[in-house]
Design a protein. Structure first.
Length: 130
């Protein structure tokens, strides 16, 4: 693989979030994703694309793009977030929590804590961490 391609892959994100089961509604859980479309979400920064495929959110990287974020339109207070992720083995991904964009940032980069999903194996890392 060419070094440039490997570098682009290393800094790209590829993330799949599944639709949650109906039993969550019965137990008081509030679903953020309706399993049908991206209503209630906004893409920020970068040029990755997001779409719904088979009830999951599929994010696909764009060559040369900086980090991209799919953000909820609503703000939430106390919460428990449950999700599953599938990440290409040469990439990393993550979920930002309680993150914000700076009002003066035209690219709308997201800043704040992130739950990192590391699958590249770089320096022995194949895990998730905050």
């Amino acid at each position: 693989m060419k070094p440039l391609a490997a570098t682009i892959l290393l800094f790209s994100h590829f993330m799949v979030l599944p639709c949650v089961a109906d039993h969550h509604k019965e137990s008081g859980w509030k679903d953020l994703f309706n399993g049908k479309d991206l209503s209630g979400f906004t893409q920020r920064n970068g040029s990755a694309t997001y779409e719904v495929v088979d009830g999951t959110i599929l994010g696909t990287t764009a060559k040369g793009s900086p980090n991209s974020f799919l953000c909820t339109d609503k703000k939430y207070g106390d919460f428990e977030l449950t999700f599953e992720v599938k990440c290409h083995n040469r990439l990393n991904s993550g979920v930002q929590i309680r993150s914000k964009t700076k009002n003066d940032d035209p690219k709308q980069r997201v800043n704040g804590p992130q739950i990192e999903i590391e699958a590249s194996g770089a320096k022995g890392a194949e895990s998730g961490y905050v």
